[in-house]
Write a protein that binds this ligand. Structure first.
Ligand SMILES: C[S@@+](CC[C@H](N)C(=O)[O-])C[C@H]1O[C@@H](n2cnc3c(N)ncnc32)[C@H](O)[C@@H]1O
Length: 228
C-alpha cells in the first residue's frame, strides 16, 4: 500500500470495485485498510471542511435541537461540528468501518452514526431533516449514479429546511481544469442546479477558487415551510 500519494490506495481499491460494477464497495475496503494502518483515507482532514466551517460561522444558522443529517460523513468531523452547535445530528455512511472508526474517534458523541446507502435510504428520512449537509459524496460515485443520489439528498429536507452542498467543480467550469477519470467525478453546474428539485429552491450557488487548482461548489437550497 502506498502512503506517498494519498489518493493511491483509494484509486486502486476503487478500480477493483468499479470493474465489478460495484460503485461503493471500495469505501468499506478503504476504511477497513485504514483501520489496520495499511491505507490512507485521502479526505480525512482531521477537521471539519473549511467551507462548512465558513458557512456555519458562529453557529447562528443552526437552531438548537434542529434535526441535522450528514450524508456520507466519512471521518465525522463535519457531523461533530453540527452537534457542537446544538443540532440533533444523524450521520450516515455506506461503509460500516467508517461508522466504527467515527464511534471510536468520538467516544460519547451525541451524533447518531449509522450505516446507510444514499441510493436506498430509509423511508423515514424523507422530508425529515431541518439541515442536510452533503459534502463530496454524490461526486464519489460514477455519473450515472448522480441523479438518483441527488434525488435522495433533496428528499431528506424537511419543510422549512436547508440543504448545503459542497462539491468539487467539474473541470470544464474553470480555467486550467484537467479532465481525468474518477474517482472523484466532479459535478457540473447542471448537476449542482439539479439539487433544486422535489420542492427545493436555490438560495445560492457559489463557484469558489478554494484550493487551487481545485474549484468548489458551495450551494444552498431551501424548502418552503408550507410544502409537504
Ligand atoms: C469523498 S468521501 C467524503 C467524506 C466526507 N463527506 C468529507 O467531506 O470528508 C465520500 C464518502 O461518502 C461515502 N459514500 C459513498 N457512496 C455512498 C453511498 N451510496 N451512501 C452512503 N455513503 C456513501 C463514502 O464511504 C465516503 O465516506
Amino acid at each position: 500500500m502506498s502512503t506517498e500519494d494519498p489518493d493511491a490506495d483509494a484509486r486502486r481499491l476503487a478500480a477493483v470495485s468499479l470493474a465489478a460494477d460495484d460503485p461503493t464497495g471500495w469505501f468499506e475496503h478503504l476504511y477497513a485498510a485504514a483501520a489496520d494502518g495499511s491505507a490512507v483515507v485521502p479526505w480525512d482532514r482531521g477537521a471539519p471542511h473549511p467551507l462548512l466551517l465558513d458557512w456555519i460561522g458562529d453557529g447562528e444558522r443552526i437552531r438548537t435541537g434542529a434535526r441535522a443529517l450528514v450524508v456520507g460523513f466519512g471521518p465525522g468531523f463535519d457531523a461533530e461540528l453540527l452537534a457542537h452547535h446544538g443540532a440533533q445530528t444523524t450521520a450516515f455512511d455506506v461503509a460500516p468501518s467508517a461508522v466504527a472508526a467515527a464511534r471510536e474517534r468520538f467516544p460519547g458523541s451525541p451524533v447518531d452514526y449509522r450505516v446507510a446507502d444514499l441510493l436506498t435510504p430509509p423511508d423515514e428520512w424523507r422530508h425529515a431533516f431541518d439541515l442536510v449537509v452533503e459534502i463530496m459524496t454524490v461526486q464519489s460515485m460514477p455519473p450515472p449514479f448522480h441523479p438518483p443520489a441527488t434525488a435522495s439528498v433533496a428528499g431528506f429536507v424537511a419543510p422549512g429546511g436547508t440543504l448545503l452542498v459542497i462539491a468539487t467543480a467539474a473541470p470544464e467550469t474553470h480555467p486550467g481544469g484537467d479532465a481525468h477519470g474518477g474517482p472523484p467525478w466532479p459535478l457540473t453546474r447542471a448537476e449542482v442546479n439539479a439539487f433544486a428539485q422535489d420542492g427545493l429552491h436555490t438560495v445560492a450557488v457559489e463557484h469558489l477558487d478554494a484550493v487551487p487548482p481545485w474549484y468548489r461548489w458551495r450551494a444552498e437550497f431551501h424548502r418552503g415551510s408550507e410544502e409537504p
